[in-house]
Design a protein around this ligand. Structure first.
Ligand code: C2E
Ligand code: MG
Ligand code: MG
Ligand code: MG
Length: 280
């Protein structure tokens, strides 16, 4: 399956404009129907405490189980969904599914596990966002402290004043805010100064060449220490090797996420991992 995804991505980035337009038209037409037929899947990638080695949370990542194309990566359809506005109903489905999972975890005495979901810019600017989140938390009886929202810098550029207001209201509900893909966008430092953010996720771009690229190691160490000084928790994305894990542990990074620990997996497999961990 990983190979399949890799191939799709490769094809996506090399396909002609004509093919891209075809995919855009096809996806924008098919996605609403896919939601009705329950063809989207939420997978969960464990986040591991680098101090204890325990899974303390998961990031929820959406996939599309397409009748002809097989499993389609979000890298192919999220941008289309953003452009057409379909990201709003899809995002609602993701939040709802994540809340159901949180309820399921709580019923299995695993209410210490957090679930993080990704929010796109369009969703963030939706005036209904707060009401929708409040209702969903209530409907599934979810502890807001278990829900984390991942945002990116691009989402903040439209209207920084409104963004700060929205983030503060979300935090007031008890929700955790994480800044995703940190370090690859613009004016990162200014955002950190002005925004209410609890968690900083160092982008995989800085992790992937550790230990070969000394500059990446210096920048990563500096980002961790800066985030800590600002009172944030640090997650490193895309950890694939033990050398990377040890480097991050030595530099006091709090949480790790990456193929070294686990790929994104379906809920039943996550439950097996969590049950095993509890038995220890
Ligand atoms: P992201 O939020 O930065 O998620 C992390 C991505 O890195 C995921 O790709 C994950 O599978 C991948 N990854 C994790 N560990 C490793 C590793 O060790 N090595 C490598 N090479 N990759 C790793 P995925 O699932 O393909 O998602 C891609 C992007 O699609 C996400 O990036 C996120 O921006 C977006 N996305 C996924 N689900 C949703 C969603 O429900 N809503 C929105 N708005 N965006 C989503
Ligand atoms: Mg993310
Ligand atoms: Mg990320
Ligand atoms: Mg990334």
């Amino acid at each position: 399956q990983a190979k399949e995804l890799g191939r799709n991505q490769y094809r996506f980035f090399t396909e002609s404009l004509h093919d891209q337009l075809q995919a855009y038209i096809r996806f924008s037409r098919e996605m609403p129907k896919a939601l009705e037929t329950n063809s989207f899947i939420l997978e969960y990638q464990p986040q591991v405490s680098l101090k204890t080695g325990a899974i303390i949370g998961v990031e929820a990542l959406v996939r599309w189980d397409h009748p002809e194309l097989g499993i389609v990566s979000p890298q192919r359809f999220i941008s289309v969904a953003e452009e057409t506005g379909f990201i709003v109903p899809l995002g609602r489905w993701v939040l709802k599914t994540a809340c159901k999972t949180l309820k399921h975890l709580a019923l299995h005495q695993m209410s210490h596990i957090k679930v993080a979901i990704n929010l796109s810019s369009r969703q963030f600017r939706d005036p209904n966002l707060l009401t929708m989140i409040r209702q969903m938390l209530q409907e599934y009886d979810v502890d807001p402290a278990c829900l984390e929202l991942e945002i990116t810098e691009s989402l903040l550029m439209h209207d920084i004043g409104l963004a700060i207001e929205t983030l503060k209201e979300l935090q007031a509900l008890g929700i955790t805010i994480a800044i995703d893909d940190f370090g690859i966008g613009y004016s990162s430092f200014n955002y950190l100064k002005t925004l209410p953010i609890n968690v900083l996720k160092v982008d995989r771009e800085f992790i992937k060449d550790i230990p070969d690229h000394l500059d990446d190691m210096e920048i990563t160490a500096a980002m961790i220490s800066m985030a800590h000084r600002l009172g944030m928790t640090v997650v490193a994305e895309g950890i694939e090797t033990q050398v990377q894990q040890v480097f991050l542990e030595e530099h006091h990074c709090d949480i790790g996420q990456g193929y070294l620990f686990s790929r994104p997996i379906e809920l039943s497999k996550l439950m097996v991992l969590l049950t095993k961990q509890d038995a220890k």
